[in-house]
Design a protein around this ligand. Structure first.
Ligand SMILES: Cc1cc2nc3c(=O)[nH]c(=O)nc-3n(C[C@H](O)[C@H](O)[C@H](O)COP(=O)(O)O)c2cc1C
Length: 229
């Protein structure tokens, strides 16, 4: 039902041109501008093998922001739609897609809509310091240009798989996060997967709906190099 509503919103906004518009969806926290993302590329300069060999957790970032094309590519790698019937970059048990991705930048925080490949603004302002505090003071969260927050709605998978759903949802979060980490490497970016945080504090900082339960924070940015800001 949610994506039906979102689809209607997208159609309405698309019909009015590309200017950001204020939209309301039935996701409690999603009330804000709809931000179109550039089309992600399907070819790159690096092989999968090169990305696998180079991947390392990097926690020191430069202050350089990520542009829309970079954010678009990273979001697509995480949960982008790649098939007409809704298949995504990461597999999903029963094709039930329990994951919801949020993006946190210096400007604000946003909810990713895979169908339509756009963002919906959730809040304005830099909450990275508060998010870092929720992650037990981990500096990487405050310093990265962007923090990708993988959350999950367990009930979507539990409807079909019952108690097995918890396992499946966690496996899926791993698939999505690994896609994100490898895309970051392929794009010359630094990233680290973070599991140490207080769930309730992350939910509170990002005003997440109660059933969007945070599983992973992935700060991404340009690596800090000697002499860089
Ligand atoms: C489930 C999980 C949780 C993690 N949580 C954190 C974390 O909270 N903070 C952090 O700095 N790194 C975290 N890491 C990254 C690991 O420390 C890192 O993967 C490990 O040291 C191996 O280094 P590598 O990723 O460079 O191969 C986590 C990794 C995983 C898989």
């Amino acid at each position: 039902m949610r994506w039906v509503v979102m689809g209607l919103v997208v159609a309405l906004v698309a019909g009015c041109g590309t200017d950001p518009a204020t939209v309301t969806t039935d996701v409690g926290a999603d009330v804000g501008a709809l931000i179109e993302l550039p089309e992600p590329r399907r070819v790159g300069d690096h092989s999968l093998e090169e990305a696998l060999a180079a991947r390392r957790s990097i926690r020191d970032f430069s202050a350089e922001p990520l542009d829309d094309a970079e954010l678009s590519q990273l979001l697509w790698a995480t949960q982008g739609v790649t098939a007409e019937r809704g298949g995504r970059t990461a597999p999903s048990a029963g094709a039930l897609y329990p994951l919801e991705i949020y993006l946190v930048t210096a400007q604000g925080w946003f909810h990713y809509a895979p169908n339509g490949h756009h963002l919906v603004e959730v809040g304005v302002g830099d909450v990275r310091p508060q998010l870092a505090a929720a992650a037990l003071g981990q500096e990487a969260v405050a310093a990265a240009a962007a923090v990708f927050v993988v959350t999950a709605v367990y009930e979507r998978t539990a409807v079909k798989y019952g108690a097995r759903a918890e396992r499946y949802v966690h496996l899926e979060a791993g698939h999505a996060a690994q896609n994100l980490l490898l895309q970051a490497v392929a794009d010359g970016l630094a990233a680290v997967p973070i599991g140490a945080f207080v769930d309730a504090d992350v939910q509170s900082v990002l005003t997440l709906p109660a059933d969007h339960e945070p599983l992973y924070l992935v700060p991404v940015g340009y690596p800090q190099t000697d002499g860089a800001p």
